[in-house]
Design a binder for this molecule. Sequence first.
Ligand code: SF4
Ligand code: SF4
Length: 534
Amino acid sequence: MHKTFKNRLLADQKNFAGVRRCMNADQFREIALQTNSVDSFIQMLRENTEKLKLPAYVSELAAMEGHIFKLANRLISVKPYSEGHIINPDLSVFSNTWKHLAGILIGATHGCQPVKEDEQVMVWPSPNENKPMSRAITSEDLLVMKMTMENLSSKQVAEQTDTNIAAVNGAVLQALDSGIIWGPKSKIIRAHSLETRSVSNKNKTVSKAFGTSRVFALQWHITQACDLNCRHCYDRTPTEPLTLSREIAILDSLYDFCNTHNLFGQVSFTGGNPLLHPNFHRLYKEASDRGFFIGILGNPTSRDEIESLIAIQQPSFYQVSLEGLKKHNDYIRGTGHFQRILAFLKILKQTGIYSKIMLTLTRDNLDQVIPLGEFLKDRIDLYTFNRLSLMGEGANLIMADPSKYSRFLEQYMNAAQSHKTFDLKDNLFNILLHKNQSTLFGGCTGYGCGAAFNFVSILATGEVHACRKFPSPIGDICKQSLTEIYHSKIADRYRKGAEECSSCQLNLVCRGCMASAHSYGLDVFKKKDPYCFI
Ligand code: SF4
Ligand code: SF4
């Protein structure tokens, strides 16, 4: 064992890489030869710091790299689940007297010159990267660790810290995702996933993470009422809103579903224009009281309106739509719409709300996608597009030509490299990433096609659909609980996707877009996305 430590220390340059950079190779070798364990190596460095004129922080750095060495050589088993919340048992906290040592650990060259100042750093095995991680501890980390140790609920912490429950839930979710704490396993798992199949060595661990989700989103079309008259609107049939008590029962049903499935809930309010719903503020508050993350997919509104929502809870995002450059956009969405959006984006920026622009891709705006994204790049946080589906008024427009699609995705992906706001959303980007041997991504909803997996859509009538972009009814929330609907046979069929995708190695992050298959008149349970070019 001792021999193994010495050998490993000398043989692998990655071990104690930061310490190595603090001395010359002969010094490192001399010390290594006299040690037989991580602890004796650290001790030896501590005793010889002055004599060898090493940086004063070298033993603190060695202590952290020693923990990394122990974790890495234990061949970490990635099993970050426990019945209740606990702090990762392999996480170690180092109370250093030198700051910025965490930067040296990860080999950063900028902004990590050590300075003599106290700093706490944590080192822990990451569940996703399957390797040790390290960084300075933030006040959010401390809060989550404290609530975990004292078994406090998000509601209790929100009350104590005068914030909303979703903000605390967000910190807990981040801690779970990064493996700082462990918690109960989510019960939404892809039964049909190819979890054990690796797309390529590089993507093996990434693929596993796409088989389960910790967040479940309700895309809730609370009203059909709208102040616009877009040419591609999915549905403008007037409907009577549900009663307030029925709507609150929907939020309760989501709450129960999330509780029993170990999930964090998200409500994306949309419409029509959700802000035109007579009870919008009440529903927003009720969603906030239940600790849900809240997003808005709507139309521009006033700064006063935005501030009144922020007073309840900061929306996680506010998404508005543009359909191309000014002329084309206003042809689709109405004269003056483009300027209204630009003015509204300023409000979102000033109020610190994460802004998203969504474009519905058609044959006629394909060549405007990249120019529009470039025009918007400093005005928004995220820019993305979704293919048109032939529903409602949208049936009057023309879908993009499938034969031009892979070329278009390639151009968009290239543009995305220089514009951080360009978001990849279409699952089919994964075909290009796979061809380039690049890391795959989560696609449309973070889990490939997420229809009836990590989200469902509820219409203003209470009808529930696997995805709003094509008719995919799976239940009625006025008559059934969300749990019943989610576990119905029909929901399972949508989750499973097309038979033609079942043996594809990209299945876990793709399954194409069933809405496109539907628009082409195909059987969505059998036939794959007609735009697929694998
Ligand atoms: S066959 Fe299906 S899963 Fe595979 S790339 Fe095509 S659409 Fe995606
Ligand atoms: S059907 Fe298409 S739009 Fe709907 S979740 Fe699946 S990929 Fe996304």
